[in-house]
Design a protein around this ligand. Sequence first.
Ligand code: MTE
Ligand code: MO
Length: 434
Amino acid sequence: DPFADDPKRHASLIQRTAKPCNAETPADALTADFLTPNDLFYVRNHMWVPKTDAASSDKHILTVELLDGTLKEYTLHDLKTKFPRRKVTAALQCSGNRRKHMGQGSGRPANGLQWTAGAISNATWEGVLLADVLADAGFDIAQGLTGLSDVKHVHFQGSEAYGSSIPLKKAIDPQGDVLLAYSMNNEPLPPDHGFPLRALVPGTVAARSVKWLNQITLSEEESMSQWQRRDYKCFGPNETKVDWDAAPSIQELPVQSAITGVKTKGWTRGTEAENSQERDAQDTRQPAQRVSLNGYAISGGGRDIIRVDISLDGGRSWTQARLLPDCTGEDGSPSPCQGHGAWSWKRWRYDGSIPLDAFCEQKVDGDFPADAKPEKPAAGIAGRDDDGRQWCTTVVVKATDDTYNTQPETHAATWNLRGNLATAWHRIQVCTDC
Ligand code: MTE
Ligand code: MO
């Protein structure tokens, strides 16, 4: 059993498969922490976890191969001692994040792990700049930056056989922050996250941040691996027999957002005084239910989130969520947030109330968005009761990035056979009395 040596995982991780381990971050951790604790960081393994003895990890060897076949070897100790250390705070998001929503929202299940909104996490990574190591190995960075080098792609190889590549342009972008990382949230990388060394490619689909990194190859071509040439590509909603070579591999991610926490504060009919006024006025005021929503929003390529829009009525009317300060712990303490782009997720919060008259009437009209199905019972929210006194509305989030790109309204619009890049508006149904 190649999985016999796999590490123990935190009991709160939501496991999708055991061997290999694929597990998402629970919603409360997505909500609570700007930096995801290492043991709650989502895990996406295609195979087993290669074993590296902690005591000898400094002897781990990274081989760099230049275009002419020249090989240069670095031990982890070399990387730690011969190059400047760099810290970058960045989220990793799997291209399959929210795939389950895509199936639910479109009525067409998509192939792959049925992730909800937790195949994403955020951490501070420490390591050395890929560009510094490439330069040391003999690659001419200045020429690379002109775009005239024959090298077009940088391949990463993991020691268990997984591999993929990124464009040279990203690899050596002075503001690209691509790291060879050996530390995560100020601890050595945990085994599940690549111990002792991984690539960390901020703003790019996490499939390129190769774990258990032992080889880097400069090339004119993309990696030949199936994870480069097949799995991580997108096609049109109609296409089921596809020309894999026709589509580019996913690199920078599109804009995404999700609701990770829903809290209602029960019935509110105002204060005692208001209640008696209400009665005096023959109850002309409708009750309102207070609701608090939390979540994240993120875009690729270092593009910042400029706005998070919230709808409490399935997308008819909109208001804006509050963007929470970056790099601040729940207790207000500053935590490091480093790098040249908006590589981290932006967390947001919305506090408001649902005007019950509006959505009780909607229910009477029977006019619900087609994909407004409850995705999971939201904490603190009652379900529909049998005598039909409870009604539901759909709360929706969508985000916009600094290029003014925004999320598609429906999953049907972007459904694809691999279920990649499920970024449609995230909808959650909430129910209460009328
Ligand atoms: N690297 C190796 N060597 N093996 C893998 O299976 N999975 C990739 C990427 N790097 C993978 C890998 C994918 S698809 C994702 S989403 C991220 O690692 C997940 O990183 P994490 O497990 O640290 O969250
Ligand atoms: Mo992934």
